[in-house]
Design a protein around this ligand. Structure first.
Ligand code: HEC
Length: 169
C-alpha cells in the first residue's frame, strides 16, 4: 500500500490537471490537495477499518447496523462526547469506556450510584444500563429514560465500540 502512494498521488495530480484543462483555470493550488488530505485523514479510522472492527465484535454486535447506531447516538450527544480527550458535559466523555471501571473519568463528578457501582463496562453491562439506567443503577443522575428496543441498543453499543477506541483482539 505504501509503495503505491507516490503512484496514486501522481495519478491524482494528473487527474486534477486533466480536469483543470477542460474547465477554466480557477485555483492552481488544487494539485496539492489529494496528498495532503490523505495524510490528515490517517489517524481517524477509515470506513473500511470501522467495518473491520465491526466484523471482529462478538455476536450479536458483529451484525449491527452502524448507521442506525449513529442515529441512536443522537439521544446521547447532548450530554456525551466520544472523541479522545473530548469534554465532559452533563455526562462524562465516553472515549475508552469499554473495559473501564464505571465512574472513573477524571474531572467528572459522578453520583454515588455510579461511583460505587463496581462494574467494568462491557457490552452486557451497557445493554442493561441503556435499557433503563435508573433501574440498573438506582440513584444515578443520568436523566435518560432508556432505549427500549433491543436492536437499537445492539446497534448503538456496536457504534460506541467502533467509535470509542475499543480494540478487537
Ligand atoms: C441528559 C444527559 C444525558 C443523556 C441524554 C445521556 N447521558 Fe449518559 N450520563 C449522564 C450523566 C450525568 C452520567 C453520570 C451518571 C452518574 O454519575 O450517576 C452519565 C453516565 C453514563 C455512562 C457511565 C460512564 C462512566 O464513566 O462510568 C455511560 C456509559 C453513559 N452515560 C452512556 C450514555 C449513552 C450511550 C447515552 C445515550 C443513549 C446517554 N448516556 C445519554 C448524562 C446523560
Amino acid at each position: 500500500m505504501r509503495r503505491l502512494g507516490p503512484i496514486l498521488a501522481t495519478a491524482a495530480i494528473a487527474a486534477v490537471s486533466l480536469a483543470a484543462c477542460g474547465k477554466s483555470q480557477t485555483s492552481e493550488p488544487a494539485q496539492e490537495t489529494p496528498a495532503a488530505t490523505a495524510e490528515q485523514a490517517a489517524p481517524a479510522p477509515t470506513d473500511e477499518e470501522k467495518q473491520k472492527i465491526l466484523a471482529s465484535l462478538p455476536a450479536p454486535y458483529n451484525a449491527a447496523d452502524l448507521a442506525n447506531g449513529e442515529a441512536k447516538f443522537a439521544l446521547c450527544r447532548s450530554c456525551h462526547t466520544i472523541t479522545p480527550g473530548g469534554a465532559n458535559m452533563t455526562g462524562p466523555n465516553l472515549h475508552g469506556v469499554f473495559g473501564r471501571e464505571a465512574g472513573k473519568v477524571e474531572g467528572f463528578k459522578y453520583s454515588e450510584a455510579v461511583e460505587k457501582a463496581d462494574i467494568v463496562w462491557d457490552a452486557n453491562h451497557l445493554d442493561q444500563w441503556l435499557a433503563k439506567p435508573q433501574t440498573y443503577l438506582p440513584g444515578t443522575k443520568m436523566s435518560f429514560a432508556g432505549l427500549k428496543d433491543e436492536k437499537d441498543r445492539r446497534d448503538l453499543i456496536a457504534f460506541l465500540m467502533v467509535e470509542t477506541g475499543h480494540k478487537p483482539q
